[in-house]
Design a protein around this ligand. Structure first.
Ligand SMILES: [Zn+2]
Ligand SMILES: [Zn+2]
Length: 63
């Protein structure tokens, strides 16, 4: 990782910068977490996989 001056650590996903590498890693985990979340619009339940949401819609909402 190359740093120019004191710009800090830049997130490759969204371009936000953080003063420490630890904070950047915590932030990066958020991207990973959010990428794997599927929300049901009807019951506000969340699922880690698209398949689980599809199954939930079928079973709980008859879609
Ligand atoms: Zn980011
Ligand atoms: Zn639901």
């Amino acid at each position: 990782m190359s740093l120019s001056g004191n710009e800090g650590y830049k997130c490759k996903e969204c371009g936000l910068t953080f003063p420490t590498e630890e904070q950047l890693e915590n932030h990066a985990q958020e991207h990973i977490r959010l990428a794997g979340v599927f929300n049901c619009d009807k019951s506000k339940k969340t699922f880690s996989f698209r398949d689980e949401l599809d199954k939930h819609l079928l079973v709980d909402h008859n879609e």
